[in-house]
Design a protein around this ligand. Structure first.
Ligand code: ADP
Length: 269
């Protein structure tokens, strides 16, 4: 993915960052943050890239828990922007080789939930240009769920190289995923593809796979919309426990089929 593909003239350029990928979903609870975390760590470990992870989910920032970020980001020594103003940037907290910043470290979630686009952008500007990211190959953004005002503002203003849509297989979720695709298209952000999460459950006793939410839904939707299908991630206890314990599955079980699947997503994008 390359910035040059996004002709959006209003967007903010962040110096030192080559590409920005947004991980989005039409609705909450489908595994968007889980995907953002495992993708970012895979890009760092497997693809050996310099990676940042920005938690922009104002409705429920979960990166601090999932990446075990402790405390608040420290402030750097400051740059002299003009003779009079010294601007101290935040230093990202590094975890599993990924430089992380969460909106949760900056604001009270109960306040941020009612923000409209301009307020979100103000906070986002602090979280992007107000951070000493250094040189990054890729910044992964965990977007707020949905396709409203805040999401459109982010997609429009940050110079996104591409957007990845996460969806579960049910029709209702896929309907929302289509809205996510349309949102990115409207602001000229290339779609990297659709990743299906919670695709099936493999019984640990009999080894049989059950397609709890239906089979092949996201693959079909991707084909219908002419988009890349990025793969299937099963419903798996270790994904959930890894998130809750702050050890992403690609770290705890790097050789598992699931970690391979995340690795393939990282290579595809
Ligand atoms: P979102 O960011 O879309 O709101 P999260 O990534 O926070 O969703 O996931 C919601 C919950 O579902 C979390 O508890 C997470 O650990 C769990 N979860 C996500 N994907 C899976 C999966 N494939 N298998 C099991 N649990 C999952």
């Amino acid at each position: 993915v390359h910035n040059a593909r996004n002709p959006n003239t209003q967007s903010l350029k962040i110096e030192g960052i080559k590409d920005i990928i947004a991980v989005a979903s039409g609705k909450g609870g489908v595994g968007k943050s889980t995907t953002a975390v495992n993708l970012a760590v895979s890009l760092a470990k497997r693809c050996q890239l310099k990676v940042g992870l920005l938690d922009a989910d104002i409705y429920g920032p979960s990166i601090p828990l999932m990446m075990q970020l402790k405390g608040k980001p420290e402030l750097g020594n400051g740059d002299a922007l003009t003779t009079f103003i010294f601007y101290r940037k935040m230093i990202p907290i590094e975890s599993y080789g990924v430089k992380c910043i969460s909106i949760g470290s900056l604001v009270d979630e109960r306040e941020a939930i009612v923000w409209r686009g301009p307020m979100v952008m103000k906070a986002l500007e602090q979280l992007t240009r107000g951070v000493d990211w250094g040189i990054l190959d890729v910044l992964v953004i965990d977007m707020p769920p949905g396709t409203g005002d805040a999401q459109i503002s982010i997609s429009q203003r940050l110079q996104l190289s591409g957007g990845l849509i996460v969806s579960t297989p049910q029709d209702v979720a896929l309907l929302d995923a289509r809205r996510g695709v349309k949102m990115f298209s409207k602001v000229n952000v290339p779609i990297l593809g659709i990743l299906e999460n919670m695709s099936y459950f493999k019984c640990p006793k009999c080894n049989e796979s059950s397609y709890i939410f239906g089979q092949g839904g996201a693959r079909k939707t991707a084909a219908e919309m002419g988009l890349k299908f990025l793969g299937e991630i099963p419903l798996e206890v270790e994904i959930r426990s890894g998130s809750d314990e702050g050890v992403p599955i690609v770290m705890s079980k790097p050789d598992s089929i699931i970690s391979q699947a995340y690795g393939e997503v990282a290579e595809k994008v």
